[in-house]
Design a protein around this ligand. Structure first.
Ligand SMILES: Nc1ncnc2c1ncn2[C@@H]1O[C@H](COP(=O)(O)OP(=O)(O)OP(=O)(O)O)[C@@H](O)[C@H]1O
Ligand SMILES: [Mg+2]
Length: 330
């Protein structure tokens, strides 16, 4: 649905120039929720603004559903922009307009007649769960409600793609979760393709199918979120899982983090380990996280005994499971 090819953006001011994007290539499939993670200044907003051509790329090309949009003239571009909705960190609502009139705004711009406009606004407010707030002004809404208005407005012209630039960064955890659920729901029900920019790992964990890390204007890593649990050595996995501090360890023990995905989660892996090898297993930490629609379990264990090496080899060779050894003494 979105194809970005070798995109670069250089900002020039007098003698000074800054390369905000440096050869970025990305592909977002139809109906997918794709996350771009990255630190402040990495170029995330620049990237998303290039996708709807609010910002003109310096070089490279962008395709929307196989149509190159980087070469369009102004009139064609206006039309194409209707196929792309966008939501923002600070909602960008018009404070002098009611909720309904905010949502109606993009419909007015393209000249939808009043009756149709009102019917569509009603539909959109239903969709985001704000039917009872139509006549209210933005200042009377909570942050989560404001973002719902932003989402309804972004969907007014029935776009195929929704761009989200830190749409939950100004919200508390509860509202963040509710907005992410709404985005996921819209993705499922409408088949909406979502390109989402964030610096929050939980956002990626909760709804993204794939994710890329942007650093200094370059994509440094990319992958399927559900695969990352099994690739704990990648930077992406480290960023997403952000493993906690290790608890105090018995001197001489080997500590391993075992990540369970899929079917092995249901098997008594540790029991069979103890039965097969001369090894003691002490559980020192653990968690279960929801990664997208999957559950991924992580256990931190301390291993002691004569056959620690053999038991780790055994674990490493089991399918759907990954082992990371933090301390290898023995
Ligand atoms: N209009 C502009 N003119 C000049 N430089 C700009 C402009 N917009 C962004 N930049 C610079 O480009 C770089 C990337 O900025 P961008 O806003 O894309 O980062 P970001 O990843 O969205 O950061 P944040 O997480 O803080 O929002 C920064 O160094 C920024 O200062
Ligand atoms: Mg930004």
């Amino acid at each position: 649905m979105i194809l970005i090819k070798d995109l670069s953006k250089i900002y020039r001011q007098g003698n000074f120039s800054l390369k905000a994007l440096d050869g970025v290539s990305l592909e977002v499939a139809n109906g997918e929720i794709f996350g771009v993670l990255g630190p402040s200044g990495a170029g995330k907003s620049t990237l998303i603004r290039c996708v709807n051509l609010l910002e003109r790329p310096t070089s490279g090309s962008i395709f929307l559903d196989q149509q190159e949009i980087t070469g369009l003239n102004a009139a064609e571009l206006r039309k194409t922009r209707q196929r792309i909705g966008m939501i923002f960190q600070h909602f960008n609502l018009l404070s002098s307009r009611t909720v309904a009139d905010n949502v109606a705004f993009p419909l007015e711009i393209v000249g939808v007649e009043k009756n149709k406009r009102e019917a569509r606004v009603k539909e959109l407010l239903d969709l985001v769960g704000l039917s009872d707030k139509a006549r209210v002004y933005p200042s009377q809404l909570s942050g989560g409600q404001k973002q719902r208005v932003g989402i309804a407005r972004a969907l007014a012209n029935d776009p195929e793609v929704l761009l989200s630039d830190e749409a939950t960064s100004a919200l508390d955890p509860q509202n963040t979760s509710a907005i992410l659920e709404l985005l996921y729901d819209l993705n499922q029900r409408l088949g909406l393709t979502i390109l989402l920019i964030t610096h929050e790992m939980n956002v990626v964990r909760q709804i993204c199918k794939r994710v890329a890390i942007l650093e200094d204007g370059r994509i440094v890593e990319e992958g399927l979120v559900e695969d990352l649990a099994a690739q704990p050595e990648t930077r992406l996995a480290r960023a997403i899982f952000a493993p906690g501090e290790l608890p105090e360890i018995t001197p001489g023990a080997t500590v391993a983090t075992i990540t369970f995905v899929g079917e092995t989660a249901k098997q008594p892996v540790l029991a069979s380990l103890v039965r097969r090898f001369d090894v003691n297993v002490n559980i020192i930490g653990g968690s279960i996280q929801k990664i997208g629609r999957h559950r991924v379990g992580q256990l931190q264990v301390e291993l002691t005994g004569a056959q620690v090496k053999e038991s780790i080899t055994y674990l490493v060779n089991l399918p759907d499971l990954s082992v990371e050894v933090h301390q290898w003494i023995g």
